[in-house]
Write a protein that binds this ligand. Structure first.
Ligand code: ATP
Ligand code: MG
Ligand code: MG
Ligand code: MG
Length: 440
């Protein structure tokens, strides 16, 4: 993409009403625009990152054997009356009436709708196990929408639902989700720690939240510092292996790590040496639940078991905050100049800065770079505007592409361009061809 043809409405001023760094940077980098309280338009740069996050979530869900669907945002209130949540959910539920006076709602989550789909088609244990998920906009009329996309009212969530014959099978689905989430966050360059949590309005007491440690996080967390040493890496996973998934759950959850809702000071003191006891703030980027037959009982979702008897299915639901993750990624990856995208989610692979736009040699070298990267499948953002070098550098630093290639007449006389890492600030001179090879 050539910057002269792109739409990147960068702000010079720091927006006064944005309280946390990710919100400020998303506004300044022209990633989002508030439409109304807690509701945002995603501008081209923000939309690109959102799509990359979404893509990783899709790939990892499907790798775990989960099947994508797409359910609507608007739901009939009748389904929610069946589960009892139409009244129980409270003020966060946006209730809507259509022209025929039918009660509708903008879905904050989809347990009812997916259970309805399931009961309409599945009647035998032979069709189990089954996990369906979608990535769809949700609406929760949050009391205090704030921090930009971190606590929006409209937000993008991946929510998946498992249906199993027995509790053991459903717990395997739970473990499979935990494993797939570890992989998902790590691919984004993010450490998200599974912590014991509380069920809330989804219900169920078998649940973990995934938290990214950050001073601006809204959750208070307590953990054994040893949990921050764990990494998933690129191990081979057989998602059908009950033992392997269980072992990974144990590896990642046996040490103390809890949110304030479930924190127990006595157990913390008993189990964790004092020098490893940490309390901090965290951003909830996902949560997994096993809630048994709560919805299948209420809504009559049963299958015929191997013995011919009807059994209400065991279920769980599993969410990832896709739009919140974009904010969380910035909270975890920035400096005073701007964002520093991890390679896994960066909107462009590299930026090209032409120091003398209109000069035949620098223009030609930039074109060669731009096309050479494209030929390797790498999308660059080429700053071909007639701007001062300082302004171009400031824009690149703000939007945080992992690599910048600077092309100027002085370097080209020696046959080199400069490759700079956004994260370390280190630069190296090399030929155009070498720069393309290095980035590929
Ligand atoms: P929170 O405690 O932050 O209100 P939650 O526990 O109510 O979140 P869940 O029902 O667990 O949320 O939804 C799954 C995921 O959706 C959360 O882990 C979070 O990442 C994301 N999410 C929830 N509410 C919002 C919101 N208002 N804005 C953006 N993302 C959200
Ligand atoms: Mg909430
Ligand atoms: Mg929560
Ligand atoms: Mg939650």
């Amino acid at each position: 993409m050539r910057l002269s043809r792109y739409f990147l409405p960068v702000l010079k001023e720091t927006p006064a009403d944005a309280q946390i760094v990710s919100h400020r940077l998303m506004l300044r980098a022209g990633m989002i625009k508030q439409a109304s309280a807690g509701i945002y338009s995603w501008l081209p740069l923000g939309y690109k990152v959102l799509r990359r996050v979404e893509q990783i979530v899709h790939e990892e869900q499907q790798r775990a054997g989960h099947i994508p669907v797409l359910m609507p945002t608007l739901q009939s209130a009748d389904l929610w009356r069946e589960s009892g949540r139409y009244d129980a959910y409270g003020e966060e539920l946006l209730r809507i009436r259509d022209r025929h006076d039918r009660d509708m709602l903008y879905g904050p989550t989809n347990e009812e709708m997916i259970t309805d789909i399931f009961r309409s088609y599945v009647s035998s244990y032979r069709d189990l196990p089954l996990t369906l998920y979608h990535i769809q906009w949700k609406f929760r009329d949050e009391r205090r929408p704030r921090f930009g996309v971190m606590r929006g009212r409209e937000f993008l969530m991946k929510d998946g639902y498992n249906f199993d014959l027995t509790k053991e099978d459903a717990l395997h689905a739970y473990n499979r989700h935990l494993v797939s989430y570890l992989r998902t966050y790590e691919r984004m360059g993010l450490q998200a720690i599974p912590m014991r949590a509380d069920g809330g309005p989804i219900g169920g007491d078998y649940t973990h939240e995934f938290l990214v440690l950050a001073e601006t996080g809204e959750s208070e967390v307590f953990y054994d510092s040893a949990v921050t040493d764990l990494t998933f890496g690129d191990r081979e996973i057989d998602y059908d292996s009950v033992d392997q998934c269980q072992a990974i759950l144990e590896e990642f959850t046996s040490r103390y790590a809890r949110t304030d809702e479930t924190h127990d000071a006595a157990i913390f003191d008993r189990d964790v040496p004092s020098e490893r006891q940490k309390s901090a703030r965290g951003i909830e980027v996902g949560q997994i639940f096993y809630f048994g037959t709560k919805y299948s009982d209420a809504m009559g979702a049963a299958v015929q078991g191997p013995d011919g008897k009807q059994v209400n299915v065991h279920m769980g639901s599993h969410g990832i905050g896709v739009s919140r993750l974009v904010g969380a990624l910035i909270e975890a990856n920035h400096d005073d100049k701007g964002i520093i995208w991890p390679e896994g989610v960066t909107p462009f692979h590299a930026g090209i800065v032409n120091l003398r736009q209109g000069d035949a040699a620098t223009d030609a070298a930039c074109d060669e770079l731009y096309k050479g990267l494209a030929a390797k499948g790498l999308e660059a953002l080429y700053d071909d505007r007639d701007e001062r070098a300082g302004a171009k550098f400031a824009t690149m630093d703000l939007i945080g592409l992992p690599w910048r290639v600077t092309v100027g007449p002085r370097g080209l006389e020696k046959g080199v361009v400069e490759l700079t890492s956004r994260r370390t600030g280190e630069s190296e001179e090399m030929s155009v061809t070498a720069a393309i090879d290095r980035l590929a």
